[in-house]
Ligand binder design. Structure first.
Ligand SMILES: [Zn+2]
Ligand SMILES: [Zn+2]
Length: 306
């Protein structure tokens, strides 16, 4: 399972209905946090996101993406956490995240590592990679793509039995792509009973940005694109001035990248109750669009499930 829970969906300032930026990605029992605006820890409690995560990825260090870090770390300290936490972020990570980590008179009771990343960096994991990409927001900023490794092709057990291969370790070896030799001397090639490898899923989070070529490239054929859409079309010039996107601009990025689903977040307080105007503007360009709200969870299914 791969899903995203939106912990904060407001731009710049919290409102009664929307907290500032943060989201949790949950994948096969693991939680990854992206951005950590003020009040994120309480949103996690409210929406059932556990504190057992090990990594937080920051898109940039504007206050609405950052200020929740200190409180979250302190709470985890009070809960006797001992497992380390790693904080990833663009240029300035040591200075800014280091200051947020050290703020106050308490000291961390568990190790906190800070890692500066740059566009193009690929953080390899066992079953997926996190790839940082360039965004455009009048600051040192990054977006992140979670790209799952291809899955093994589909194994055909009926075909295996037909070929006289007993259920057991040979099945596993064939599934992983190794030829096997049967007791009667026949050599079986994986292609005889295993399908082609299948694409993993791709989830992309932009953070704050103008529409940007590198975002389109990173989002190519993504299963889910989470793009900021701070403004409506009537504030296009303000979006340009402040390094943000309008809903229609985000939709054009989704359309050009050919993504399956677009979720808009980082919504101006002007639309905090009713973002239907933004939704309509985006859907006119890219119909598979929804607007995030706090506490919303979006599942990311495989595109090629049988
Ligand atoms: Zn922001
Ligand atoms: Zn910002």
């Amino acid at each position: 399972m791969l899903s995203v829970t939106f912990l904060g969906t407001s731009a710049s300032i919290p409102t009664v209905d929307r907290n500032v930026a943060s989201l949790a990605v949950q994948r096969e029992g693991e939680t990854l946090l992206f951005d950590c605006g003020e009040g994120t820890q309480r949103q996690m409690m409210r929406y059932g996101v556990g504190f057992s995560f090990r990594e937080i990825f920051f898109t940039h260090y504007h206050a609405d993406h950052l200020l929740g870090l200190t409180g979250l770390l302190r709470t985890m300290g009070l809960q006797d956490r001992s497992a380390p936490v790693t904080l990833f972020g663009p240029r300035g990570a040591q200075r800014v995240l280091g200051a947020a980590t050290a703020l106050g008179i308490e000291r961390n009771k568990f190790p906190v590592e800070i890692v500066e990343v740059k566009a193009g960096d690929c953080l390899g994991r066992e079953q997926y990679d996190i790839v940082a990409f360039e965004t455009e927001h009048r600051a040192d900023t990054l977006g992140y793509a979670l790209i799952e490794h291809p899955r093994l092709g589909r194994f055909n057990p009926d075909r295996a039995r037909e070929l006289g291969i007993a259920e057991g370790p040979m099945w596993g070896r064939l599934h992983k792509g190794e030829p096997v030799t049967l007791p009667d001397g026949r050599i079986i090639q994986p292609a005889d009973l295993v399908g082609a490898p299948r694409e993993g899923r791709r989830l992309v989070y932009t953070g704050d940005t103008r529409p940007h070529l590198a975002v389109i490239q990173a989002s190519r054929s993504a299963d889910l694109l989470i793009h900021e859409a701070t403004f409506g079309g009537d504030e296009e010039s303000r979006a340009k001035e402040t390094g943000h996107s309008t809903a229609a601009e985000a939709a054009r990025v989704a359309s050009e990248a050919g993504v399956r689903q677009l979720v808009l977040t980082h919504i101006s307080s002007r639309y905090h109750r009713d973002a239907s105007e933004l939704l309509a503007e985006a859907k006119a360009v890219f119909p598979q669009t929804i607007i995030a709200r706090d506490g919303m969870t979006v599942e990311v299914p495989f595109s090629n499930v049988p």
